[in-house]
Every structure is written in structure tokens, then in C-alpha cells.
Design a binder for this molecule. Structure first.
Ligand code: HOZ
Length: 426
């Protein structure tokens, strides 16, 4: 049996940094990434056979828990009929219907292979539809690794201290205008400074890539109003929050209707998928119906589509009630510990998605999030890992619960977490 360390050494020789996505390398917390050999329910096992209660859930998709028997059986059954056709299937229409039924702002939807593809296409479409090149990006939001978005980007880009990546042409990002999260005045200022130039405001309605930050009460409705006033589109990146924080995503909680929405993660049930959709008159601009180009051989892949469908089918009202109750349980436990021990931490949550910040003041935006004590976070992360709890290896990521997490699993986490935090701040 190889150790995690041996596997990491071996991988580092032939894969940049030893990983296929940067945050996984444990760069900001140090130490050796755990090489996962299998997962079931709320747990993952590493290559050394150690079991962890998982709060990453593949960064969001595993809302039913790992290896959900219904999804696994459906994938097995579907794969017997062929893995990819590069031609339309009836399944794609079922999944499109399921998405449209849950998210009323989505009147037409196109399936792609990842959240990154979805956001790149949505931005191109917003630019083409409005005939404007600039767009407003919110600092600390992360929309995948498309060039235009890699300015003050959250997630791994912030974790590794490269929020503005080399290799992105200045000419591309000169059209990316920045405003802080939760700051309507800043967005209004940009509209005034760039009259008739801004195609869209593009953001995660609940920011999940700088920890988890909730929108202030009037923020999203204020953005809607500004976009309407200045003839721009409002694009919600719900790759993480879609089907996660509520059946209809963050837009259903805050009752704000974006023009376009990007999706990923849960919509593929753990298989590679992404989607973007929105107003019929906008989506009709996509080729082959309209002139805006976007394509993909594996788009609408039958196995991924089937996994997504079988996942969504299990996400009924009862499932969301359970997820909310698990989220509330963690929230009250963490807040209780903070109060009991007087810990300089803060916590935010939406449904089964949460962020624990190593900073006592409320976190409103990227600047606040960057003010967290990442050294203490790393200590906490490693002590919890040692005790069998797999949290995201970065202060700038969210935590995820699944239907497979039990209250007793979470009680164990809360107890250990309180003990570890007391030590970290002793
Ligand atoms: N950047 C994603 C999380 N917000 C995914 C990271 C990964 O898969 O390693």
C-alpha cells in the first residue's frame, strides 16, 4: 500500500504540482494532500485506509452523499448503452425540463461540460446580446478559469495568492470592471463611468469562493434595478448554489430573477457537466439558432445527464428540509462554541453550505475575507484532518453537507471542532 506522501511525490514528478486542480495541493495549509481511494455516504477514505467525515463533497455536487445507490445503478445501466454519441438524446431534454421547472428564470438551457464552460459562454452571450464588451465582476467571486474572470478571483486563485493570473492578456481584462461584493454604490459608479459600455453584472448571488458570504438584504434586488436602468444583463453564477441552497437556487431565496444563470456541480450528480440558461430571447442568440458560437463533443454526455437527472429526482421538498435542518444544527453548534469559548470567529450559512471565518467581525466582501487569520485556519484544518474530518484546505472555500450526513456525525464534528479551536486560540 502506498502512503499519501509517496503518491504525492510520484504525482508531482509528472503532473504540475501533483494535482489536476490547484486547491487540492494543500498549498496554503501545507502538508500532504490526501489521495482519496473511495467514498460512500458522508465519508471518504484515503490511500492509507483512513476514514474522514467529508465536508467537501467534491466541492458541492455530492448533495445526496457519495456513491448514492440509485445514481450509481443508473450510471451503470446507462453506460451499457454507450458512453458518448456526439448526437442529441432524449435524456438531454428531460434534464433541460427538470432545470427549467426548478428555476423559472431559465426558459432555455444549454448543457456543457463544466462550470467554467458555462460561465465563458454566458459572458460571450451577454456581450453579443447587448453589443457591449465590458462587464462588472465582483471581487472574490470565482467563475472558473476563463481569461476574463481571472481578475481578483476567489477560490484557488486567492488561496495561492494569484487572483490575477499571468498569461491573461491585458486587452481581455481591460474590459473586466471590478466592484466589491455587497456594494451597490460601487456598481452604480461603474455604470455612470462607463455609459452604454457594460454588458452585464456577473456574480455568485451567494459568494462561495471566498468562504461563504451572504448578500445583504437589498443587494441582489438593487443589482437587478441597476441592470434594468442601464440596459445591462444580470448573470447569476449558481454553479455552486444551484439546487444546493434551495430547490430553485439562491435566486429563489432572494426572489430576484437574473437574465442568465450558470449551473454545474449538482446538475451532473458528480459527473462532469455544466449548464447555462435564461431568457428565451437571449438564449435564442446561441448557434445554431442564432450567431453566437459555442459547442462541445461531450456536451450533453448521456452518462453525466443521467447522473444529474437521478440526483435531481431525489432532491424533493423533504430533502431540502432535511438539508436545512442539518445546516441549522451545524450553525447553532458552531455559534454556541464561538460564544462559550469567546472565539474570534464568524460563521455564515445558506442551507447546507457554510463558511467559518477566522475573523470575529462579520465578513461582507473579499477585503474582509482576506483579513482572516489563515495561519490559525491552517492549524485548525490539520488538527481536524488528523481527527478524521475532511474540510476544504483553504479559508477561501465553503463547506458542504449532504443528505448522508447524520446528526450524530455532525455532533462528533462539533465536539472535536470546539476542542481543536480552543487549542488553536489557547
Ligand atoms: N475551485 C473549485 C472549488 N471552489 C474546485 C477545486 C478542486 O476541485 O480542486
Amino acid at each position: 500500500m502506498s502512503t499519501n506522501e509517496q503518491l504525492f511525490d510520484q504525482a508531482q514528478r509528472i503532473i504540475p504540482g501533483g494535482v489536476n486542480s490547484p486547491v487540492r495541493a494543500f498549498g496554503s495549509v501545507g502538508g500532504t494532500p490526501r489521495f482519496i481511494s473511495r467514498a460512500e455516504g458522508a465519508y471518504v477514505w484515503d490511500a492509507e485506509g483512513k476514514r474522514y467525515l467529508d465536508f467537501v463533497g467534491s466541492w458541492g455536487p455530492m448533495i445526496l452523499g457519495h456513491a448514492n445507490p440509485v445514481v450509481v445503478a443508473a450510471v451503470q445501466e446507462q453506460s451499457q448503452h454507450g458512453l458518448s454519441f456526439g448526437a442529441p438524446t432524449e435524456l438531454e431534454t428531460y434534464l433541460a425540463k427538470e432545470i427549467i421547472e426548478r428555476i423559472p428564470s431559465v426558459e432555455q438551457v444549454r448543457l456543457v461540460n463544466s462550470g467554467t464552460e458555462a460561465t465563458m459562454a454566458a459572458l460571450r452571450l451577454a456581450r453579443a446580446f447587448t453589443g457591449r464588451e465590458a462587464f462588472v465582476k465582483i471581487e472574490g467571486c470565482y467563475h472558473g478559469h476563463g481569461d476574463a474572470f481571472l481578475v481578483q478571483a476567489g477560490s484557488g486563485a486567492t488561496t495561492l495568492g494569484i487572483p490575477n493570473s499571468p498569461g491573461v492578456p491585458e486587452s481581455v481584462v481591460s474590459k473586466t470592471l471590478l466592484a466589491p461584493f455587497n456594494d451597490l454604490g460601487a456598481v452604480e459608479g461603474l455604470f455612470k463611468e462607463h455609459p452604454g459600455e457594460i454588458s452585464c453584472v456577473f456574480l455568485e448571488p451567494i459568494a462561495g469562493n471566498m468562504g461563504l458570504i451572504l448578500p445583504a438584504p437589498d443587494y441582489l434586488s438593487g443589482l437587478r434595478r441597476l441592470c434594468d436602468q442601464y440596459g445591462a444583463l444580470l448573470v447569476f453564477d449558481e454553479v455552486m448554489t444551484g439546487f444546493r441552497v434551495a430547490r430553485g437556487g439562491a435566486q429563489s431565496i432572494y426572489d430576484v430573477r437574473p437574465d442568465l444563470t450558470t449551473l454545474g456541480k449538482i446538475v451532473g450528480g458528480g459527473m462532469p457537466i455544466g449548464a447555462y440558461g435564461g431568457r428565451d430571447d437571449i438564449m435564442s442568440h446561441m448557434a445554431p439558432k442564432g450567431p453566437v458560437y459555442q459547442a462541445g463533443t461531450l456536451s450533453g454526455n448521456p452518462i453525466a445527464v443521467r447522473a444529474g437527472l437521478e440526483t435531481l429526482k431525489q432532491l424533493d421538498d423533504e430533502a431540502y428540509e432535511k438539508l436545512e435542518s442539518l445546516g441549522r444544527y451545524v450553525e447553532s453548534g458552531v455559534l454556541g462554541a464561538i460564544e462559550r469559548k469567546g472565539l474570534p470567529l464568524s460563521f455564515q450559512r445558506s442551507g447546507s453550505m457554510f463558511g467559518l471565518f477566522f475573523r470575529s467581525e462579520h465578513v461582507r466582501n473579499y477585503e474582509d475575507a482576506k483579513g482572516c487569520d489563515t495561519t490559525r485556519f491552517a492549524k485548525y484544518f490539520h488538527a481536524m484532518l488528523e481527527r478524521g474530518f475532511y474540510l476544504a484546505p483553504s479559508q477561501f472555500e465553503a463547506g458542504f453537507l449532504s443528505l448522508a450526513h447524520s446528526e450524530s456525525d455532525l455532533a462528533g464534528y462539533l465536539e472535536q471542532s470546539e476542542e481543536v479551536l480552543s487549542g488553536v486560540f489557547a
